[in-house]
Design a protein around this ligand. Sequence first.
Ligand SMILES: NC(=O)C1=CN([C@@H]2O[C@H](COP(=O)(O)OP(=O)(O)OC[C@H]3O[C@@H](n4cnc5c(N)ncnc54)[C@H](OP(=O)(O)O)[C@@H]3O)[C@@H](O)[C@H]2O)[C@H](O)CC1
Ligand SMILES: [K+]
Length: 501
Amino acid sequence: MTKILTTDQIRTLDAYTIQHEPVASIDLMERACRAFVEWFIKRADTSRRIGIVCGTGNNGGDGLGIARMLLARHYTVTVWVVEGGKPTADFEANRTRLLGNVILQMIADTPPSTIFDTCDIVIDALFGSGLSRPLEGIYAAVIERINAAAAWRVAVDVPSGLRADAPSQGAIVQAQDTVSFQVPKLAFFFASNAPYVGTWHIVDIGLHKGLLQDTETDHYYVSNDDVHRRWKPRARFSHKGTYGHALLVAGSYGKTGAAILAARALLRAGVGLLTIHTPVRGYAILQQAVPEAMVSIDPFEEYASTLPSSDGYSVIGVGPGLGQADATVKMMRKILETYRKPMVIDADALNILAAHRELLLRVPAGSILTPHPKEFERLAGKTANEFERLEKQKELARQLKSVVVVKGAYTSITSPGGVVYFNTTGNPGMATGGTGDVLTGILTGLLAQSYTSLDAAILGVYLHGLAGDLATHDLGEDSLVASDLVTYLPAAFLKVSGGKS
Ligand SMILES: NC(=O)C1=CN([C@@H]2O[C@H](COP(=O)(O)OP(=O)(O)OC[C@H]3O[C@@H](n4cnc5c(N)ncnc54)[C@H](OP(=O)(O)O)[C@@H]3O)[C@@H](O)[C@H]2O)[C@H](O)CC1
Ligand SMILES: [K+]
């Protein structure tokens, strides 16, 4: 797992590195500038006219150092400094080092709208992790000009105006790319900040490895290696019983497709045996569409009302296309009163829990809940921003002793212990009906194979998004449909298992 640290933790790491490497602060800044420039010159040649907008803190100091290095590589660079804050020592040191290479353009008042017209690229080095309040006045005016420029906007460390660890207000640079030092910031993982952060990139600036390792955090993001470590190869002498028998309670009249998608994904996730419980109207369709599954037929025609005994199943996945009929609510109540093993609860099953809160506390420990933001709001209440929502998500996971997965651009997975894992696969092509049903199937299939609920969630969410990425590679984003995720799931497993699955 790769850590996401707070700005206070990064500051502590800075100070510790300076003291124990040891390295002078200005030389650590030099390392940051060099790391940024190494990244930058791979993406822009010297024909591109560059503007660098600096504050007077260390983010601005980075900007001056970057200017000096790009000038030395024969780039055309214009440097603006927005006057206002007390210059830091490292800013001054880099201002001195830049003397003679370029005339600094000082900005004291609102600049003309044409100020950045001659720039192909604007590098934002106004503010970084030191931002402590909304930007106003001259800073807001300059940011307005930066955002209006037709240039490619690249932010140094953090887009100016964005708080790294808290909700942001006021003027914020809308960067297409953010090049951040050593670790990403929590704000990068919230959909509402995507217009400011753009695509984020991490460059290593050699902060003290030992302390980095020992620094505790509750926030991680998931990489392929992490997921590979969680995937379990199959033993040679195993049989279908080894891989569990899942019960999928899904489908209602007009929404049998959700049950088909979830069932197919469940099977592709490797479950040993699958039984689908569905109303009469779904029986023939499911037997035809998913021949590998057995079907348990509900006495009701159009929606599920009565579960067969839930014994003998390793896991129950409930929700896709279920509907919220009274008889279905009664069935949910019965399941939650009698079944005590982990469940995967999604879609209408979540909405039933939200509408009948006494049922929420009956969720068996070790379950996985998979709400999208709207379903989460119904479960946990409205929140002002994604930071607040994340705290509620941790609280719900703790309360239910279960894993809560909130689906989104960076799906977040919260453990009962309050640790959060941000997924890093997936793409906008997956914003299409049925992808949630596929995820429910994958998670149920993994849980049936005795993955812990946290491993099943981290592995399953990653595989789901990876299948989407592999599908998009061949099909594009516009035409992606939920069934493609099932089709590409085997390829995702092969990638995660290093070809051994
Ligand atoms: N390990 C690393 O990541 C390294 C990062 N580096 C760079 O350093 C910056 C952080 O630099 P810092 O000087 O701490 O802060 P900023 O440059 O972001 O901001 C400068 C000061 O501005 C003041 N401030 C805060 N909010 C506002 C505001 N809304 N309006 C006006 N001024 C504001 C604040 O001072 P106050 O005393 O006023 O609070 C800031 O100190 C990091 O982002 C990297 O770019 C190093 O180069 C190397 C290591
Ligand atoms: K910045």
